[in-house]
Write a protein that binds this ligand. Sequence first.
Ligand SMILES: N[C@@H](CCC(=O)N[C@@H](CS)C(=O)NCC(=O)O)C(=O)O
Length: 191
Amino acid sequence: MITLYDADRCPYCARVRIVLAEKGLEYETVVIDLDDRPAWIYEKNPLGRVPVLEEDAFVLPESAVIDEYIEERYPDPPLWPADPGERALARLLVFRFDQLSRPYYAVRRGEEGARERLDRALADVDALLEGQLFLSGREYGLADIAYIPWILRARDRMDIDLARFPALVDWVSRLVERPAIAAELDVVAAL
Ligand SMILES: N[C@@H](CCC(=O)N[C@@H](CS)C(=O)NCC(=O)O)C(=O)O
């Protein structure tokens, strides 16, 4: 049995929810109140953060690591590109995700100039998508899943106008056709 320690508002948890849905895996959810976290969550993750995945006695924190674990343990359908170069570039995007998350959370904290910094990060993603359908290249996969939760929240919760980034808008349209991503739209709408 797989258990996900989860919080709706957490985009890192969304990464894991999407991968579990793409793989068609059944799992149990334990909702963690991020404003009043239970002390026992530190036994699952010394940092006290969600998501945490538990499979029988195996306990794993960190969304990017969890997604890779699920991918390796349940390889079908594959969510990394088959081509090693595309796969490496997809991993690089996940590795450098803080280029988007740093300005995103700066906007959330209301820091001066943060919206401009977030715009520049979104413009970089837009430029990448001008030349390819998905962040990984030709195929949808873990890199797209690593970014989309923040893009949806920026658009729907932070009043960021994505229309200035047409390739990014097209990419979002492609992604929301997938039931696993459409389910996240509902989560974000209910926040
Ligand atoms: N690097 C972690 C970040 C997870 C994270 O920051 N989760 C937030 C909720 S979105 C959390 O648990 N925050 C509580 C805290 O930082 O104490 C991951 O990728 O899983």
